[in-house]
Write a protein that binds this ligand. Structure first.
Ligand code: JF5
Length: 245
């Protein structure tokens, strides 16, 4: 999978991609992350990539020429996605779609925005990682690279696909414990040490449901509300729909 990134901070992308899982995946030839410096495609003394907005106003706008030239020189994989707070919300479903292809590209916005002609004629789609404003699209690009990269077959072994599938049923994770069984007077729930695997599975699902109800009611809504089976499971462990976990 090839991922091209257009940015004024290529070192941020290269540094991240060289570390941990993604670094190993690149060594194994599973992943090919290429950061392109927009300033390499400027001719002026200051390598300017921004300019004042037509019509006036505060701030600067990313000028189209370095972006068009960088993209044309790289001939990058499509789709080319612009990262910014005005985009389509990035989620696990989009990560899966991108991981199923052979590559894509990311354009990192900066300053007050990007010349509209880049959006209109060069970019395929706009993607947001959440409702907040970053100084630039680089951190958002890293989020997308990490979420997609770990789903590329071979990058993470079976762990990623297992965690991804559990997310697919639209619930948050159940609580996890490891040794010691008692830590600073805090005990691991008895059910997890009972050896009753059926009951462990039901407890985990009840916990995942209760946590999701408390923290992410929107995810419950997206699944079509609570089923009769969900309510029965919550009742088995005396978890109320309103319990705050
Ligand atoms: C950016 C203009 C891009 O702030 C973001 C962002 C927020 N959610 N997802 C991305 O991107 C940086 C800032 C200003 C364009």
């Amino acid at each position: 999978m090839r991922i091209d990134v257009f940015t004024i901070f290529p070192g941020l992308i290269d540094g991240f991609a060289a570390e941990s899982l993604l670094g190993r995946a690149q060594e194994q030839g599973l992943l090919d992350v290429r950061a392109h410096d927009l300033r390499d495609h400027t001719d002026d003394r200051h390598h300017a990539v921004d300019d004042a907005p037509f019509g006036g106003g505060a701030g600067m706008v990313m000028t189209p020429d370095p972006i068009f030239r960088a993209v044309e020189a790289a001939d990058p994989p499509r789709p080319l996605l612009l990262l910014g707070p005005g985009g389509r919300p990035f989620d696990q479903g989009m990560a899966r779609e991108l991981a199923a292809g052979s590559g894509f590209s990311l354009l990192c916005g900066r300053y007050e925005g990007i010349d509209q002609r880049v959006r209109d004629t060069l970019v395929d789609d706009e993607v947001s990682i959440g409702d907040y404003v970053l100084g630039g699209g680089e951190v958002a690009a890293l989020v997308v690279i990490e979420a997609v990269g770990r789903l590329v077959p071979g990058v993470m072994g079976n762990d990623a696909s297992a965690a991804d599938e559990s997310f697919a049923d639209g619930l948050l994770e159940y609580p996890q414990y490891t040794r010691p069984a008692r830590y600073r007077g805090l005990d691991v729930p008895d059910v997890l040490r009972s050896g009753d695997h059926g009951r462990v599975e039901r407890w985990r699902r009840a916990q995942a449901l209760a946590r999701t109800i408390a923290a992410r009611p929107d995810l419950i809504e997206a699944r079509g509300g609570l089923s009769d089976a969900d309510r029965t499971l919550l009742a088995e462990f005396a978890l109320d729909e309103r319990d705050q976990l």
